[in-house]
Design a protein around this ligand. Structure first.
Ligand SMILES: NC(=O)c1ccc[n+]([C@@H]2O[C@H](COP(=O)([O-])OP(=O)(O)OC[C@H]3O[C@@H](n4cnc5c(N)ncnc54)[C@H](OP(=O)(O)O)[C@@H]3O)[C@@H](O)[C@H]2O)c1
Length: 243
């Protein structure tokens, strides 16, 4: 992680789950981190959990709103790395007859248009050896019933990553594709069956467990720090694509 020490990093989604784990890791290495999310309250809770160090700041913004994304980068100025782990999947896991277009729209906004806007407004502020890292997911490869919208949006995001890696070069653009990871997002996917759902998957996976947010933070840190990696989808899923 020596490569990202002292760098300036924006982590959209840094108030929860994988983004929060990454924020902790980057702060520990000495980086200057701005966490971004829509909810002021979640940002405050995360900052408190991280003990409000001087190298942490928080900005409330919705990455689906172009004016807010533009304003975010105006405030931040020049920087080294942009990461997004953002996803709004509330109400999006449904069988086809129950698919709600508004919920589907929020998935597209948080996981496709949001990243597109982050690249549009953030890339001009990035140093030439900087990077952008987005978050796809196993649903693109092992779709389950109820997961069609998320599967499709993850696949679209991966196409965007490859195109941006070419257009924005020498800035590097990558994505991590997590498998099932124990984070708050599971309350939207499995409700009160979260624990039994994750336990059942843990038994099936070659590694014998589901992921922890730190597993994904580790992979994103690699993508940020490795200067020879771009246009890559890094799968961190405990062997899920093999079962
Ligand atoms: N957990 C898993 O098993 C799993 C598996 C495969 C892929 N993934 C993907 O991994 C990523 C991280 O997931 P996670 O489990 O860490 O999720 P999480 O705990 O629910 O965190 C999501 C974060 O995104 C922020 N966010 C959502 N919509 C936003 C928007 N429009 N603008 C700005 N911030 C927004 C949330 O804050 P606010 O609500 O305050 O905006 C929150 O900080 C997601 O892209 C998810 O699809 C997760």
């Amino acid at each position: 992680m020596a490569d990202i020490a002292k760098s300036k990093i924006v982590i959209v989604g840094g108030s929860s789950g994988m983004g929060l784990a990454l924020t902790r890791r980057c702060l520990d290495s000495g980086a200057n981190v701005t966490i971004v999310g829509r909810s002021e309250e979640k940002l405050k809770r995360a900052s408190n959990a991280l003990q409000n160090p001087p190298n942490l700041s928080a900005i409330a913004a919705d990455i689906a709103r172009e004016d807010q994304v533009a304003g975010l980068f105006e405030r931040i100025g020049q920087l080294d790395h942009i990461v997004s782990t953002a996803a709004d999947i509330e109400g999006a896991y449904e069988l086809l007859p129950a698919v709600d277009l508004k919920a589907a729209q929020r998935v597209v906004e948080s996981k496709f248009y949001g990243p597109l806007l982050l690249a549009k407004h953030g890339a001009p502020r990035l140093l030439a050896n900087g990077s952008i890292t987005f978050t796809s997911g196993i649903a693109a490869y092992r779709p389950a019933a109820r997961g069609s919208v998320v599967a499709a949006v993850n696949a679209a995001l991966e196409g965007l990553v490859r195109a941006l890696a070419v257009e924005l070069a020498p800035i590097r653009v990558n994505a991590v594709s997590p498998g099932w990871v124990d984070t708050p997002i599971w309350s939207f996917v499995a409700g009160d069956r979260k624990e039994e759902t994750l336990d059942a998957m843990a038994k099936r996976l070659p590694v014998g467990r589901v992921g922890q947010p730190e597993d994904i933070a580790d992979a994103i840190a690699f993508l940020m720090g490795n200067g020879f990696t771009t246009g890559t989808i890094l799968h961190v899923e405990g062997g899920h694509r093999l079962i």
